[in-house]
Ligand binder design. Structure first.
Ligand SMILES: [Mn+2]
Length: 355
């Protein structure tokens, strides 16, 4: 038995955190879907949350169905908590009947797949405290290899969440050789007591937001005595979220060089805190001006303070301007971010005007 395990395409998500790049981020989810559908295997499992919600644009539902139908084999789609099987859901769209290789799981059951049997049960609710994989144990199945599919939160993956909880022993409880999971966007493999991987999150096929660890993958699974699992990179976009603290003169220049070294077309969120030294405001500008080489660049320098004791304001003409600069430095030293920003601006103006 040889199949591809994918999940959490979240087609139709807004991608608001990507700002002006949101449209490109939404398109990337479709393009990455096409990469998944182009993989070769005996069948394809989509373990829930194909769509962001049940109200997504029906043209997008049609387009997603067409992309999935390109897979050269049967495709099994599990309704998840974002797109539960409910009246009026995306699963009523005619595209799911248009292509004979697309199979939406509409009832709990055992389904024949090339080389064995698939056990799955659709989610019918957005929120639930029931384990959606519990019922799989009771499904009669023929002898032979068994793969199961479910969608929820494995205990321990997200402490405090009781949302569609899935037991850590869900795979053995279902008497499955492998349990394909969706919901968590990072790739996570769960070894059993013997070290064999019999349940896993494949992770979202394309990263959905900043700070998401190890997403943008699908899993290629070969079921033998022990499952053989290969991570396949399917994501197209690179998201970098940096939180940097600058202290010494030169730290800002090093940070600028680091930013310049990130791959072109990435999405970058950079938060800088610490001390800005005389003359370094220009480096901050240079960094902001790199936005052309990235799909999205957001720099937050509100955590920067002017370095104490630089004394450049004493070179300003005596009188109101020098006095204002001294007062701004005092305010900035006491944590007033706006005063710090104003002091930076004044420094830049003074540098332009000259002594
Ligand atoms: Mn989910």
């Amino acid at each position: 038995m040889h199949f591809i395990h994918t999940a959490d395409w979240q087609i139709g998500m807004k991608a608001a955190s990507a700002g002006g790049a949101a449209k490109a981020v939404r398109q990337a989810r479709l393009d990455a879907g096409a990469r998944v559908a182009a993989l070769e295997a005996d069948f394809l499992l989509v373990a829930g949350d194909t769509f962001e919600d049940n109200t997504v644009d029906r043209a997008l539902v049609q387009q997603t169905g067409e992309i999935l139908a390109r897979f050269r084999g049967p495709v099994f789609l599990l309704p998840g908590n974002h797109d539960p099987l409910q009246p009026g859901s995306v699963w009523e769209h005619p595209v799911w009947r248009q292509f004979p290789n697309l199979h939406v799981i509409r009832e709990a059951g055992a389904f024949p797949v090339p080389g064995g049997t698939l056990l799955a049960a659709p989610l019918r609710e957005t929120h639930s405290r029931r384990d959606p994989s519990a019922c799989l144990a009771d499904i009669p199945r023929p002898a032979g290899p068994v793969v199961a599919m479910s969608h929820g939160t494995v205990e321990g993956v997200d402490p405090g969440t009781e949302h569609h909880p899935i037991s850590r022993n869900a795979s053995s409880r279902a008497r499955a050789d492998y349990l394909a999971l969706g919901h968590w966007h990072s790739t996570v493999l769960y070894p059993d007591a013997n070290g064999a991987i019999r349940m896993a999150y494949c992770g979202a096929h394309e990263t959905t937001k900043f700070g998401e660890r190890d997403s943008g993958n699908a899993l290629r699974v070969r079921l033998g005595a022990v499952p053989e699992i290969e991570t396949v990179r399917t994501g197209l976009l690179r998201w970098h979220s940096l939180e940097e603290s600058v202290r010494a003169p030169g730290d800002m220049a090093a940070l600028r060089d680091r930013l310049a070294g990130l791959p072109e077309g990435s999405l970058v969120k950079l938060q800088i805190s610490g001390l800005l030294h005389a003359g370094e405001l220009d480096l901050l500008r240079q960094m902001e001006e790199m936005r052309g080489r990235f799909l999205h660049l957001a720099i937050d320098g509100s955590g920067l303070r002017p370095a104490a004791g630089e004394g450049w304001e004493e070179l300003l003409p005596p009188g109101a301007v020098r006095l204002a600069a001294r007062q701004l430095r005092q305010l900035a030293a006491s944590g007033d971010a706006l005063a710090g920003q104003a002091l930076f601006e004044l420094e830049a103006l003074a540098a332009q005007v000259g002594p």
